[in-house]
Design a protein around this ligand. Structure first.
Ligand code: 13P
Length: 336
């Protein structure tokens, strides 16, 4: 492993003014997104959609540092035969790859999940590196369910262990791991409970990263914010989300980590931007704070595009707008 090179890539991923486009929806997830806009999900429609995103040159050159791809996409070519990976590189962004293989029920822990995909990961990483990937992503999913005693320490532990295994394998393959332990915002829990659970998850995750000798300077953390559940009756203000999230991260995330790139997790487009902006306004932080949004960057372009070739420019404009707003938020310069 060359840690200086890993650190250079990690720093570039979180450079102020830019963030990550999470376009790594599995075929099942993108089909659900396409359902909403009345588009049938085929290899071709998925390609056309993602080609539209990666050819949005204003968004890609000015506001996007890297793109997380799904396995299908990293091997696909644009309509004119240019590999999609090349479109991303030509825009000056870094190609990345989702390498987990989704979740499975965790035996002994009803209602909880474990992320899988470690088998043969070392070989897969070599192929992805050769195809241009310089960073990867692995998402662990932790649910909060007060009634069922969820999350259990078992679920937190096995998911953190897998994140550690994945991150160590990535660094050995000269790929920067995005470590994503996502505490879901489904449910009716309040922000305090999210704060407590996420703190525990982050602490166990960093214990595993240390145990498995992951170099913190060569990774990016992708956490959820401290935020009330979607069904909570006690919605927290933008300032409270920002203050609690920063407090939580300061207590749990070592300063050696170059950057933290949040997931949007089901927040509205504008909330995701406002929260990031408010955190960066607090200032004086040991790491860069940026976005690695899926839905909060793509809902608007998906709607504007709706699968029609004549809407490509409108789709690209919608992506550029959201990316620009989030770019401003990385500097605490966004205005509602
Ligand atoms: P959302 O921003 O839609 O939560 O997606 C980010 C992501 O990559 C989830 O793994």
């Amino acid at each position: 492993m060359n840690l200086a090179d890993l650190n250079t890539v990690a720093q570039a991923m979180v450079v102020p003014g830019k963030g990550i486009l999470a376009a790594d929806e599995s075929s099942g997830t993108i089909a659900k997104r396409f359902d909403v806009i009345g588009v049938t999900s085929t290899e071709e429609s998925r390609r056309d959609y993602r080609e539209m995103l990666f050819r949005a040159s204003d968004a890609m050159t000015k506001y996007i540092s890297g793109v997380i791809l799904y396995d299908e996409t990293i091997w696909q070519n644009a309509r004119d035969g240019t590999p999609l990976v090349k479109l991303i590189e030509q825009a000056g962004a870094i190609p990345g790859i989702k390498v987990d293989e989704g979740t499975q029920p965790l035996p002994g822990c009803p209602g909880e999940l474990v992320t899988v995909g470690l088998d043969k990961l070392a070989e897969r990483l070599k192929k992805y590196y050769a195809q241009g990937a310089r960073f990867a992503k692995w998402r662990a999913v932790i649910d909060i369910n007060a009634a069922g005693g969820i999350p259990s320490m078992t679920a937190i532990g096995v998911n953190a262990h897998a994140l550690g295994r994945y991150a160590a394998l990535c660094q050995a393959a000269q790929i920067v791991p995005i470590v994503e332990p996502e505490v879901l915002m489904d449910g009716d829990h309040d922000i305090e409970r999210c704060f407590d659970v996420t703190s525990r998850v982050l602490n166990v995750t960093f214990q595993e990263l240390r145990k498995q000798r992951v170099a913190l300077e060569g990774m990016i953390l992708k956490p959820n914010m401290a935020i009330a559940g979607k069904k909570s009756t006690k919605k927290a203000s933008v300032e409270e989300v920002a203050e609690k999230t920063v407090r939580m991260l300061k207590a749990c995330v070592p300063a050696a980590v170059p950057g933290i790139a949040f997931l949007s997790g089901g927040q509205s487009d504008e909330e995701a931007t406002a929260h990031l902006d408010a955190m960066n306004r607090i200032g004086n932080l040991p790491w860069k704070l940026t976005f690695s949004y899926g839905r909060a960057l793509q809902s608007a372009p998906q709607k504007a595009w709706s699968g029609k070739a004549e809407n490509v420019v409108a789709g690209q404009r919608a992506l550029t707008h959201r990316a620009q707003m989030n770019s401003l938020a990385t500097k605490g310069e966004w205005k509602a």
